[in-house]
Design a protein around this ligand. Structure first.
Ligand code: CDP
Ligand code: MG
Length: 893
């Protein structure tokens, strides 16, 4: 379907464009010129006297030293003063025996792939090899990208510790925070952070080496980075500023990189690190898989702990809530044993919590005394705290009860080999691990468990490859993973818990054999395993790509279809993304005929607009970026920022929709849900503000929470997730900075406490929302149009044939406005719209002209938003909605 000629054309233009764009940059041409190369043997002799593997000069290196070479390899050997025990530890890592091969390959080739099992030492050691070899000796930086924030933080700390250097030298940068300084020589970051840096400096001149870690995970940002870096490496070579790229992968499945000549025209060398993996015995369940895999995990852990010899247990579950539930159950079943400092820390924490709790209780009492039905806390409605407390206790009691029966286990089936019965009272040191967990809590899993106890880590997927937990001998694998699925075209998303791939299952099993032979208990049968997919599909094939396309266009890559993705997204996903960006005004709309031609020939090449460039600087999805770009007037920016932050950080409210296991739990959940529903109604308010709907709830929740100083008790009492609220606060700060950068006259400052918006501001916010979420417009099916009962209270959207409904958790569930925009459609029992806001029909032609078909000829002025009147002005007599379904003509003034 693609035409070779067009491909060539655009390939060359892609390369030249960024090049030209950068021609204006004053660039330090000599910054990367390394001095001549001394022998490696000499280098080593300047190091400290720790035992190190012998390194001799290969013939290749000798030749290299003799010849005047292009500046491929740095020279100065930088000694590192490691402590003896660290040095001893690292000598055990398989990657140490490959150091010479890796460094030679890096010296000889611009791009090198390093493959090795998780735990072989890639992430922690390769940056150290490069540092010692002087790749940062001229003040440049060795960059390492990770797909997960957790890994970026943990790895920078680990490497700093191993090298005996401060975090000023070995640093990290993630979305919200970092500790990078001028002294930083090794920088761990998320792949998204590096992508943003490419926008600022396409040649990435401050780096001399970049390591793209965990490439096998195939996250979209990793994929796009590889595509970009393949070009950047070529550009830097042309400019005599060589950049080295190392791609590190935990699996040997690297064909997507090595056999993709569009990505890497010359296949890079692959260095395989033989792992020192001990055998892991895999035990499959005999029974057909159960739905209650969490309960099954609990039983399996109990069994292992009671019957099998010492060794850490690692449990794989699918989500944070499950992880916590299992941790609580296990802690109840086996007494905890804590080390002193931890106990002290927790005592402090609980004292602090108690203090805050007492304060909030006092406030609530004061308010009750004033006989108010609601406290008006600085104008945000807040119900008195404490109402939910009995519920929480009920929840705990319920759990305890369930436990009794669970402990009567049948210990006799397909368990592990022999092993004497152990003392069941041996303490179990239970720790959770998931990506949203606070960093200091995450770090606990790397510490040895208290004397005489057994470590048990209950984790999500994050423990599969990015982090290696020491001392794990037993793995319990539920075989499932929770993933978000999107329909590529309609954008409808659903969370599905599905079976993992065979590669993931094997990866999980491998975690048991790091230090000695281990066991993996799979809670599913071998027949089921046989049906698993071989590898997980790359993320880029599973999600909409409009954010990526916008970022790429901002990098002047116009013909995205020719971009060297390791695995390209489908043409329909690319078309859908461009269409959305055109509708948002981020890309120039081509003439209709021209567009048809583009689509027919799969040549998508719309250039970015000024608005698009502004939007690309905001670190949020394009729809939300458009909202920010529109919010300059009427003091709306702080509200738009808070709203966009709340919409970006998912799931503000705790999950209370889970199925109840008992009558009591049902009652508890019902009462908590009722309380949250009351809060939502209070935050939504009345009149104009109610029309902003669920988005007003978000704004109210953020505002009220900030007036309560974002305290954990406030969140708990009102069904808000504390973590989410903290993240919103940080994102608000970040967005404020981004807005100030493009619009200095706004002169915003970060003030978490904002007064509620005025009524007219709420109306503007509704219009801003309509403009941003315009492609998510839905219209209620009128009674005369009812086809059958399934359409009762239903809405119709342009892209879906099926009815969609307002989610019951929405404050507009009973209001049923004629037109709404929604944040997302989630498929559960029906197709539900979440994050719903009402739209006035007369706004549509002005705010979303590309979705309208105008009945009148075009000589009249186009419809416009009139800031003075705060209204949409449209001179046409009637408008028709363009796509999907017929709309009655509407009168507008
Ligand atoms: O990247 P790769 O999976 O190949 O290995 P790594 O993350 O570099 O880990 C190498 C070794 O360091 C593993 O055996 C870990 O147990 C250990 N490590 C550790 O003890 N503490 C950390 N915070 C990180 C790694
Ligand atoms: Mg690693």
């Amino acid at each position: 379907c693609r035409q070779p000629s067009s491909e060539e054309e655009s390939e060359s233009s892609e390369e030249s464009e960024p090049d030209e764009a950068l021609a204006t940059h004053g660039e330090p041409a000599t910054a990367h010129q390394p001095p001549a190369l001394p022998g490696k043997g000499d280098e080593r002799s300047t190091a400290h006297s720790q035992p190190t593997p012998a390194r001799t000069l290969t013939p290749l290196q000798t030749a290299a030293a003799a010849l005047p070479r292009p500046p491929a390899k740095p020279a100065v050997f930088i000694p590192v003063n490691r402590t003896p025990d660290i040095q001893e530890e690292r000598l055990k890592l398989p990657i140490l025996s490959e150091e010479q091969a890796i460094m030679e390959a890096v010296a000889e080739h611009p791009i090198v792939i390093v493959c090795g099992e998780t735990g072989s030492g890639k992430t922690t050691q390769v940056p150290q090899f490069l540092y010692e070899a002087g790749y940062s000796s001229d003040g440049s930086v060795i960059g390492v990208t990770e797909p997960r924030r957790v890994a970026a933080v943990a790895m920078s700390q680990r490497v700093a510790k191993e090298m005996n250097l401060s975090q000023r030298v070995v640093s990290y940068q993630i979305r919200y925070e970092g500790n990078v300084t001028d002294e930083t020589r090794i920088k761990f970051m998320t792949d998204g952070v590096l992508l943003k840096e490419i926008q600022k400096d396409f040649l990435l001149q401050k780096y001399r080496v970049l390591i793209v870690d965990e490439a096998h995970e195939r996250s979209v940002y990793t994929d796009i980075l590889l595509g970009l870096l393949s070009r950047i490496v070529a550009l830097r070579a042309k400019r005599q500023l060589p950049l080295k790229l190392l791609v590190m992968s935990a699996t040997l499945r690297v064909e997507d990189f090595t056999q993709n000549t569009r990505l890497f025209p010359k296949p890079p060398p692959v260095i395989k690190v033989e792992s020192r993996q001990f055998p892991v015995t895999v035990h499959f369940n005999k029974r057909t898989p159960l739905d209650d895999y969490s309960g099954e995990c609990f039983r399996k852990v109990c069994k292992i702990h009671r019957m099998l010899p010492a060794g850490g247990i690692l449990v794989f579950l699918t989500g944070q809530a499950e992880v916590h539930a299992l941790c609580r159950r296990l802690r109840k079943a086996f007494p905890a044993c804590r080390s002193q400092p931890q106990e002290e820390e927790e005592r402090k924490e609980s004292a602090e919590e108690m203090r805050k709790f007492k304060k909030s209780q006092a406030r609530a009492k004061k308010a009750q005394a004033a006989a108010l039905p609601k406290i008006n806390l600085d104008n945000y409605s807040v119900l008195p705290a404490g109402e939910g407390d009995e519920d929480r206790e009920a929840e705990m009691d319920e759990e305890e009860e369930a436990l009794g029966s669970d402990l009567d286990l049948d210990l006799g089936d397909d368990g592990a080999d022999g092993g004497e019965q152990l003392d069941a009272s041996l303490p179990l040191h239970v720790l959770p691990l998931y990506s949203l967990l606070a960093p200091e809590k995450q770090a606990q899993v790397f510490r040895p468990p208290p004397e005489g106890s057994r470590l048990c880590v209950v984790a999500t997927n994050v423990a599969e490859t990015s982090l290696t937990i020491p001392g794990i001998k037993y793995v319990v694998d539920c075989g499932k993973v929770k993933k978000r699925y999107y329909d590529r075209v309609t954008g409808v998303s659903s969370f599905r818990v599905t079976w993992v791939s065979q590669a993931s299952a094997d990866q999980r099993a491998g975690r048991a054999g790091r230090t000695e032979p281990g066991h993996c208990y799979r809670l599913y049968s071998s027949a089921v395993f046989g049906d698993f997919e071989q590898f997980p599909p790359p993320e880029v094939t599973r999600r909409p790509v409009e954010d990526l396309i916008l970022q790429m266009k901002a990098l002047n890559i116009e013909k995205v279809i020719n971009f060297p993705f390791p695995t390209p997204p489908s043409v329909e996903a690319l078309v859908a993304a461009e269409e959305l960006l055109i509708a948002l005004g981020a890309l120039q709309a081509p003439q209709r005929a021209e567009r048809m031609k583009q689509l027919q020939r799969s040549r998508l090449s719309c250039p970015i607009t000024t608005l698009g460039r502004t939007m690309a600087t905001f670190p949020v999805a394009p729809r939300y970026a458009k909202m920010l770009a529109l919010s300059r007037q009427h003091g709306c920016l702080p509200y738009a920022i808070a709203l966009v932050a709340a919409m970006t950080v998912r799931e503000l409210f705790e999950e209370l929709d889970r199925p109840a296991a008992s009558e009591e739990e049902l009652a508890m959940l019902t009462s908590r849900r009722a309380r949250v529903a009351r809060m939502k109604r209070a935050w939504a308010g009345q009149g104009a503000s109610l029309q902003l709907g669920d988005l007003m709830v978000l704004l109210g929740a953020v505002g009220a929470c900030e007036f309560a100083s974002c305290s954990p008790e406030f969140c708990q009492a009102n069904g808000l997730r504390f973590k989410a609220m903290l993240e919103i606060r940080r994102l608000r700060g970040q967005l404020t900075t981004a807005v100030n950068a493009v619009c200095p006259e706004a002169g915003l400052f970060v003030d978490p406490k904002m007064q509620p918006p005025s009524e007219s501001q709420v109306t503007y916010l509704r219009q801003i929302t309509t403009a941003g979420l315009g492609d998510h417009l839905a219209r209620r099916v009128q009674s005369e149009e009812l086809l059958d009962d399934k359409w009762k209270n239903a809405y119709k959207t342009p892209l879906l044939d099926d009815p969609v409904f307002i989610h019951p958790s929405s404050v507009l569930f009973r209001e049923l406005p004629e037109f709404v925009v929604y944040q997302e459609i989630v498929e559960t029992t029906k197709l539900y719209m979440k994050g719903v806001s009402a739209v006035e029909v007369q706004w549509i032609p002005a705010l979303l002209p590309s979705y309208c078909q105008f009945a009148a000829p075009l000589e009249e002025p186009p419809p416009a938003y009139c800031p003075d009147k705060g209204r949409v002005l449209c001179h046409r007599a009637s408008v028709f909605y363009r796509v999907g379904w017929p709309l009655p003509p509407v009168q507008v003034d």
